[in-house]
Write a protein that binds this ligand. Structure first.
Ligand code: 13P
Length: 287
């Protein structure tokens, strides 16, 4: 069932668990994530970066594919199609394409401009029944060519953005997209607690979910994180399983070159990763 992410995240805050956002790249990714969510009776958010949207030929294709899969696969758990790190123009495109949720990432603008653009998009998204995430304090690392330094957000700026009526807030707390470097200092729980104190029941979003140790994830959820984004980890597990299949020469045995066979181990690996995360985040059985 396609829904906005508002209700599922409000419930997550109340129930002290987090809903996973898993980024999608193609049909196999989407199918594996939807199957796992249904099997585990977990709500789920399908993240689509602007680059991945372009790769899949456009946001309209993504919205149509997800809508059709929900129908054909009989998916009854709550599913949101969510633009990840959207630009101002990208947000408008996704609203038009039929996404149920958007993220406007204005974190690289001066705060006044971030406020003005977020405010405008909140009004439009809500008029269409779409949920909206905003960001304060850039997330570190590189994602689709967007490079952030991993700063910690200013809790007062978080309150300014939260007060605009957004549905959930991404705030930098030392998190980084992609693999964490060996000298990473860990999440700043002090910053997270200060943001929580200023923003009350606002569901908080933890980007860069790949490679964060389980105890830090649990502590972040305790402190108000209700949505955790995972992208790289599914890519790594897909790549490792595909490499193993080819290195074992399975693509050369019988019709092992058939794409449905060639891509099957990677798809199964994504399912396993998504399952592990849903169990860790506590969203199993919360549909
Ligand atoms: P990772 O690629 O580090 O899991 O981060 C995903 C993310 O935050 C998407 O916005």
């Amino acid at each position: 069932m396609l829904v906005s992410a508002t209700e599922m995240l409000r419930k997550a805050v109340e129930g002290h668990y987090a809903v996973g956002q898993f980024n999608i790249n193609n049909l196999e990714w989407t199918k594996s994530i939807l199957q796992t969510a249904q099997e585990l009776q977990s709500p789920v958010i399908l993240g689509v970066s602007e680059g991945a949207g372009k790769y899949m030929t456009g946001f309209k294709t993504v919205a149509a594919m997800v809508g059709a899969m929900i129908d054909e696969m009989g998916i009854t758990v709550p599913v949101a199609t969510h633009l990840d790190h959207g630009t101002y123009d990208g947000c408008y495109k996704c609203i038009k394409a039929g996404f149920s949720s958007i993220m406007f990432d204005g974190s690289h603008y001066p705060i006044d401009e971030n406020v003005a653009k977020t405010k405008e998009l909140v009004a439009i998204a809500h008029a269409m029944g779409i949920s909206i995430e905003a960001e304060v304090g850039a997330i570190g690392g590189e994602e689709d060519g967007v490079v952030g330094m991993g700063e910690c957000a200013d809790p007062d700026e978080c309150k300014m953005i939260a007060d605009l009526g957004i549905d959930f807030l991404a705030a930098g707390i030392g998190n980084i997209h992609g693999k964490y470097p060996a000298n990473w200092k860990g999440l700043s729980f002090e910053t997270l607690a200060a943001i929580k104190a200023k923003t009350g029941d606002m569901p908080l979003v933890l980007h860069g979910g790949t490679g964060i140790p389980a105890d830090m994830i649990r502590k972040a959820i305790d402190l108000g994180v209700a949505k955790i984004n995972v992208n790289t980890e599914c890519q790594l597990s897909f790549a490792a399983a595909t490499r193993k299949y080819i290195e074992e020469g399975k693509d050369e045995q019988g019709k092992g070159y058939d794409p449905r066979k060639l891509l099957a181990p990677g798809a199964a690996a994504i399912k396993e990763t998504v399952k592990e995360k849903m169990e860790l985040f506590g969203s199993v059985g919360k549909a």
